[in-house]
Ligand binder design. Sequence first.
Ligand SMILES: [Zn+2]
Length: 246
Amino acid sequence: MTWRAFGSPGDLDLDFHSADRPVLVSRVLATCRSGCDPAEALEQAWSLSLGARIGALAEILARTGEEDALVVPLTCPRCAEPFEVRLSLAAIGELGREARGPRVEVRLADGPRLALRRPTGADQRRWLADPDLDEADVLNDLLLEGDMPAQAPGLLARVAEAMAEADLLPAFAVHSACPHCGHADDLPLDLEGLLLARLAGQARRLIRAVHRLASRYGWREADILALPGHRRAAYLDLLDQEGTWP
Ligand SMILES: [Zn+2]
């Protein structure tokens, strides 16, 4: 399964303002999937695990931009000073590929041995539609083998923890030390939201490029979007240079 860079004809049809995050992620993955029928690509996007979906967004972003890292602004919870962490897009993509396997084995020292499915985009959409679901319902939904310790909330929490460890990206936390006061902490990050925001930024840049090139050359939007990115960039560079000519 491979994904191409964002920025081809049709990509601007994606609505990054959509409040329905699972639908948006599935559409981005289906739109930017290479070598696959669109309907099949959409169906496969829904069946990918949440971690694999996040990894795929990182792969699309890595192919799209010049940057190889996701730069995340953070605020120290102790001294309230701002600082940044850089997360490698390649590393996020790799964790996503590891999260494509469907099964997670969970062994608890004093509890049952369980096998669970990794949660998929389709699961997430179904769970979001049912606000009465609790953690036990969700884990039971994912259970493939074994008996869930329904009467032991402590064990249930450990099953949830083991699932989060096996699928790092959906509930990601970055371990960081504040450069101002040295305070070290695990800070939770919404990787999916951060990656979508970066792709939304790419969409805005693309719209600006279309606007500049259409205004100057009179080209149609479809023709501008059909140009390879490096050729759009070359024309935009020329327009920038024109602005500095005497
Ligand atoms: Zn600090």
